[in-house]
Every structure is written in structure tokens, then in C-alpha cells.
Design a protein around this ligand. Structure first.
Ligand SMILES: Nc1ncnc2c1ncn2[C@@H]1O[C@H](COP(=O)(O)OP(=O)(O)O)[C@@H](O)[C@H]1O
Ligand SMILES: [Mg+2]
Length: 384
């Protein structure tokens, strides 16, 4: 087949489109139909205005090609009714008149092309090409929007899963010691029972301690759960308080890995943040420091957390001595899915932290390497 459209591949797209062709002149209709059949998926034919409107109300069409001089209902009136039903549909009108009144009316109706009879083949295909291009552009845009929305949904879901994974690992650390002590108490009771040395006082003491410890276990779960609930609104909170809430959840994980946290809070102001989200953003940064210590086998593991303020903003600095971020990675660490940890990483932690800090909380999150580690700087506007 000879080249119909200048745009390569457009024919592939147009072969999916449906057309309503309205024309009362039999010979012209026959000739045009053979041309249309080369381009479109299927073509319905109407021979007057009323039939055109009826067909359009029954079926979905992408393009209507409308002769204006029609019996029963004039092409302009049919066009108006069709546009009323679906303003999105593309309409090409065909007429042997080019008087300004008709032309103005077609523009008012939002018609996409105007062809004068006798129709020249080249002109006909050009007008079709323009119209099909418009449809294709809209189609691609909608497809892209749909895909982006889909990607965003997946990302949110994965971020939630990641946060849950991190939470489980933190709970595991918080639980190890108390679980161990319950087991020690039980073994102690069993041994004494076997040896016949179990007195009532020891029994009661151990049972009471077991109850206390299990209460602690369930409190921990509640602590964590409350932090993973979405915040309803922003809270005014002391900077040191929000940081300490985060550190509380990491206490045992950090103790187990011998990580020392040095705190220096110069800032005494309140910040307005979505607290739980903000704690999550901090946890992601702190957990990364922990990963860096382990990966680089750092001996003297330290994280310095400081806060300062000026008239307009508050700055929180989280600095570790874990070896720092590879200079090649620096640009990418906030991108979703960027991770240097292989299957141990999701690459969503810092993306999430940045989204949280810079979205709802209207702050800025930046990173820099220091002499022997990484430094994350959070800047928050003061009481807005
Ligand atoms: N404190 C840090 N020290 C060294 N590298 C870091 C630090 N924080 C983040 N990174 C780098 O940034 C990458 C992205 O972090 P993140 O988004 O939390 O994903 P993940 O921890 O799943 O890899 C990490 O894989 C790591 O290479
Ligand atoms: Mg991480």
C-alpha cells in the first residue's frame, strides 16, 4: 500500500478507530468509503442527518465525517446534537459551500476539519491525519497519566511494606531481651520444681515478673503501631521530643549493634509536623546509618543528632561515621528504588523520607558526605 500518512505508524493507530460517515450522494459515498476502508477499523454509514444522530446515540465513534447538505436534518444540526452528546468526538465536515456563516458556525461547534467538495484525495488524507493525530495525542497522554498513577500506587504500597518490614525488625530487637527473660524465668521454675526446691515466694515472684514482661511486650507493639498510623493533622511539638520518640523505637536495635547516639539540641522551639510520618522519616535515616556501620564494619559507631534554629527555620542534623555515601550515588539516593544493598535494600527509605519532609511538612532534606560519614540535614520552616 502506498504511504497514506506522513507520520509513520499512524495507520497502526487509526486501524483501531471507528468512524461514522454521513453522506447522501451515492457515488461520492462509494468512492470515499474505499478510501476510508484503508485507514479505519470499521465505518458505519448514514445517508441523512436523522440517521446519523440515531447511530451516534447507539454506538461509540471516534470520528464523524459529516456532509452538511443532507436531507431531513441539516448536517450542522446533526453535528450540534452529536457534539452535545459527546463533546470529545472529532468531527470533519464536508460541504460544497464555503460561505462565512456556515464556516463560523462549524468553528462555534468545535469542528476539527472542514473539507470543500469536490474533495481532493491529498487534502482528504491530510485532514484525516491531523484529526487522528489529535486523538492519538490525547490517547497517549491518558495512557501516561494512567501509568503514572499506577506507578504511584505501587510505590506507596511498597513504601508501606518497607516501613512494616523495618518495624518488624525493630520490634524483634526490642523483644529479644524480654523474651529471653521470660524463658529464663520459666526454666528456673521448672528446674526448681524438678529439684523440689520451688517455694511459693519464688513462684509468685517469677509469675509476676512474667506478667510485667508480657505487658511490656504488648506495650512495645502498641508503641510501634501508633507510629505507623497515619497522622490526622500536624502537631506542634518540641524538636527534641519528636527525635526522642524516634530514638525510643530504635533503643534496643542500637544497643545490640553498639551504636552510640550523641545528642545536642540548641533549638528550643516547637515545630509543626505530622509527627508519626516525621518519626518514620527519621527512622529511615537512622536505620541507614546502622546499615552503613555494619556494612563497613565500623568499630566506634557514632551518630550525632543536633538541632539549631534561626528566626525563620529549624535545622536538624543527623551525622554518622559509617564511611559515607559513594560520590557516584550521592545524586541518586533519594530516587525511588535506588539502593546499593542488593536484595537487602528496597531503595525506598530515603525516597519516603524526602517525600514526607518536603511534602506535608514543607521542609527540605539534603545530604552531604563528611570526612568519615554521611550527614543528613533537615530544614523546617518555623511555625507556619
Ligand atoms: N548513612 C548512610 N551512609 C552510607 N550510605 C547511605 C546512608 N544512607 C543512605 N545511604 C545510601 O543510600 C541508598 C538508599 O537508601 P534507602 O533509600 O534508605 O534505601 P535502602 O536502605 O533500602 O538501600 C542506600 O542503599 C545507601 O547506598
Ligand atoms: Mg534504607
Amino acid at each position: 500500500m502506498s504511504v497514506i500518512f506522513e507520520k509513520i505508524d499512524l495507520l497502526n493507530f487509526s486501524k483501531k478507530l471507528n468512524v461514522l460517515y454521513v453522506e447522501d450522494e451515492r457515488i461520492l459515498r462509494k468512492i470515499t468509503l474505499t478510501l476510508l476502508e484503508q485507514v479505519f477499523h470499521f465505518i458505519d454509514v448514514a445517508v441523512d442527518g436523522n440517521q446519523a444522530v440515531r447511530l451516534f446515540n447507539e454506538k461509540e465513534y471516534d470520528i464523524v465525517i459529516m456532509d452538511l447538505e443532507l436531507p431531513n436534518l441539516h448536517g450542522l444540526d446533526a453535528t450540534e446534537q452529536i457534539k452535545k452528546k459527546n463533546p470529545e468526538v472529532k468531527i470533519i465536515v464536508v460541504s460544497h459551500k464555503d460561505d462565512p456563516t456556515t464556516f463560523t458556525k462549524t468553528i462555534e461547534l468545535g469542528v476539527d476539519g472542514y473539507l470543500l467538495k469536490p474533495i481532493k484525495k491529498e487534502q482528504f488524507f491530510k485532514t484525516l491525519e491531523k484529526t487522528i493525530c489529535k486523538i492519538e495525542m490525547k490517547f497517549s497522554l491518558e495512557k501516561e497519566q494512567k501509568e503514572n498513577e499506577e506507578k504511584r500506587k505501587i510505590l506507596t504500597h511498597q513504601s508501606k511494606l518497607m516501613a512494616m518490614g523495618e518495624m518488624l525488625s525493630m520490634i524483634a530487637h526490642q523483644w529479644r531481651q524480654p523474651l529471653n527473660s521470660i524463658s529464663v524465668m520459666a526454666i528456673n521454675l521448672l528446674t526448681r520444681k524438678e529439684l523440689g526446691t520451688l517455694d511459693e515466694e519464688t513462684l509468685l515472684k517469677n509469675l509476676n515478673q512474667t506478667i510485667d514482661t508480657t505487658t511490656y511486650l504488648s506495650d512495645t507493639i502498641e508503641d510501634f503501631q501508633s507510629f505507623f498510623k497515619p497522622d490526622k493533622k500536624a502537631e506542634n511539638i518540641l524538636v527534641r521530643k519528636v527525635i526522642n520518640d524516634g530514638l525510643k523505637l530504635l533503643k534496643y536495635a542500637f544497643e545490640d549493634e553498639e551504636i552510640q547516639v550523641i545528642q545536642d539540641y540548641q533549638c528550643t522551639s516547637f515545630v509543626k509536623v505530622f509527627k508519626n510520618e516525621f518519626v518514620q522519616a527519621l527512622l529511615n535515616i537512622l536505620n541507614n546509618a546502622k546499615d552503613a556501620f555494619l556494612e563497613n564494619n565500623i568499630q566506634n559507631r557514632q551518630i550525632k543528632i543536633s538541632s539549631t534554629e534561626d528566626n525563620s527555620s529549624i535545622e536538624i542534623c543527623i551525622e554518622d561515621n559509617g564511611g559515607g555515601i559513594h560520590p557516584k550515588s550521592l545524586e541518586k539516593i533519594f530516587n525511588p528504588y535506588f539502593s546499593t544493598k542488593g536484595k537487602h535494600g528496597t531503595g525506598l527509605g530515603l525516597y519516603m523520607s524526602k517525600t514526607i519532609i518536603e511534602g506535608h511538612n514543607k521542609g527540605i532534606l539534603k545530604v552531604a558526605n563528611t570526612l568519615n560519614g554521611a550527614k543528613f540535614i533537615i530544614t523546617l520552616p518555623k511555625n507556619i
